[in-house]
Each structure stands twice: as C-alpha cells, then as structure tokens.
Design a protein around this ligand. Sequence first.
Ligand code: FMN
Length: 191
Amino acid sequence: MNLSELIRERRSIRKSNSRPVEQELVVELLSSAARLQPPIDAGSWRVVYAGTPEANKRLVDCMLAQMSQSKLGKLIPGKLLDVFKKRFTDIPAHVIVMSTVGPDRLTNDRNYASVCGMMQNFQLLGWERGLGMLWDTESIIQHEGFFKGIGLRKDERFVGILHLGYYDKAPRSRKRTPAEQKWTVFQGHAT
Ligand SMILES: Cc1cc2nc3c(=O)[nH]c(=O)nc-3n(C[C@H](O)[C@H](O)[C@H](O)COP(=O)(O)O)c2cc1C
C-alpha cells in the first residue's frame, strides 16, 4: 500500500475483535511515529499504556466515573452502564497521550499540535500492520477524576486516548468536505 492509499484507507475502528495487541508492537509503532514527527522533542509528550484486563477495567472505571456519579448518570440503568463499560473493557489495549504544557500558549499549542501529528502517524503505521484505533476525546472523559486516574501532571495536557484493536471488517468511509470548499485566495486587505 502506498502512502496516499494508506491515508485514504485508514478508518477509525469502533469495534475490535478479541485478538490481543502485542505491547512490543505498540512500543515499536510509537517510536517510529515519533521519529516521523521532527518537531517533537523528547520532553514534549508522554503516554500511559493499559493492556491487561485489570488495567483496562481500572481505566474504564476512571473514564466513566463522572458519568456514574452525576445526577444524569444515576438515571442510567445499571445494565446499560455495564454494557457501556464492557464495550470499553473488551478493547484489547489503550494508549493515553499527554503533551507538555509549556511556559506560554504558543509553546503549548506547538507541543499539542506536534503530539497530534505523532498520533496520526501512529494510527497510520498501525493500520499498515492491520491494527485499528479510535482516537477518543469525548467530553464524558474530560474531568478531574479521569485526569487524576491517569496520573496527569500539572504541567501536562490530556490529548486523547487511542483505543487499539484488530478488526474483522473495516467500516466504510464517511463523506469528506472537498478541500476546495475550505479554500480562499488571500486578498491582503489593508488594515
Ligand atoms: C483530534 C481527534 C479527536 C477525535 N475524537 C473522537 C471522539 O471523541 N470520539 C469518536 O468517536 N471519534 C473521535 N475521533 C475520530 C473521528 O471522529 C474520526 O476520524 C471520524 O469519524 C472519521 O472517521 P475515519 O477516521 O474512519 O476517517 C477523533 C479524531 C481526531 C483527529
């Protein structure tokens, strides 16, 4: 598969099968992904890996803690919550990604953007090896309890979780907005 095919054909995988994900493969792909992202320096990112049934269960508990404890969450039937939990616990592995908060906004944004680039490289390199992923930034997981649970430090920003798993069938692509619709030619209005 050439690069443009790889970029076009990669899909977010929301339903993985039970085939285990090898930790060695994850480390290898992360190293390659970081090497492909030149501005990323050694100190600007960190990942936490969960890949055992116990760790996955603890992670899912952290992810859903806010929902389970909220007023709205308490209205959700226990069985439905269990189904939700099982869906995430059954995912073979998770990579939680943090970027370093710099001394100013520009540095923060650069670190964050660079880490996002590295994550996309990681998704593509994984796809090349048959490994699927879902990049998760849902608002439901963006809470203090979760940040504490994953060990997010004061000088770190949570970027996302990549849920990893092999898949039986890749989903179809969603419709894309043509780039031309996002395009204007600079007119250079004087201020
Ligand atoms: C920065 C970023 C955050 C994302 N967050 C979520 C998310 O919270 N939940 C989700 O279902 N998908 C999330 N995704 C995946 C996109 O929704 C996905 O790329 C989109 O559905 C297009 O599908 P494709 O990856 O198969 O092309 C995220 C992707 C990116 C790049």
